[in-house]
Design a binder for this molecule. Structure first.
Ligand SMILES: [Zn+2]
Length: 158
């Protein structure tokens, strides 16, 4: 079998940030990277799960809701995939993730969808960790530009 596109990016060359990993027709996939790949520190499953509920809820209630195809965690526990329509600009995608992560960092209420009826593992959540785990990327995105969404921008600087 052929290597899929996301395995062809050298994961040793970049850290916390947001990157376009592939474009399929009108669907743009962003890697929303919260910790450095293979950095020895990963987002715990309960925290990742809580971030998933809050990130998806925020994104799907935002002004960009009709442009969001999917939000979901990476199996390696280093971040999230965000898939949008290509009608959403890179600037708006950065804004959406920044706003979502700020929302999570300040969230104190009940986790949405956190019942046995709505979720496949509703007891496995950790809001306290989630609020802290979003901070490194949130800080990184404060001065993020559209050029930085391109993996090659980072390759030439490392
Ligand atoms: Zn769930």
């Amino acid at each position: 079998m052929e290597k899929i596109a996301s395995f062809q990016v050298d994961h040793t060359k970049f850290g916390v940030g947001m990157y376009i990993s592939r474009i399929d027709g009108d669907a743009v996939t962003y890697d929303v990277r919260m910790v450095k790949p293979n950095g020895g520190v990963y987002v715990s499953n309960p925290s990742l799960h809580t971030i998933e509920h809050l990130f998806a809820t925020y994104a799907r209630n935002s002004e960009f809701s009709d442009k969001i195809i999917y939000v979901g965690p990476m199996g390696c526990r280093t971040g999230f995939y965000l898939i949008t329509r290509d009608t959403m600009s890179g600037e708006d995608a950065i804004k959406l993730v920044r706003d979502s992560y700020r929302f999570i960092s300040e969230y104190h209420d009940e986790i949405p969808g956190c019942t046995a009826v709505e979720c496949g593992n509703y007891l496995e959540h950790d809001l306290e960790s989630a609020r802290k785990d979003v901070l490194p990327l949130l800080e990184k995105l404060e001065n993020y530009t559209v050029e930085m969404l391109d993996y090659s921008w980072h390759m030439s600087r490392n």
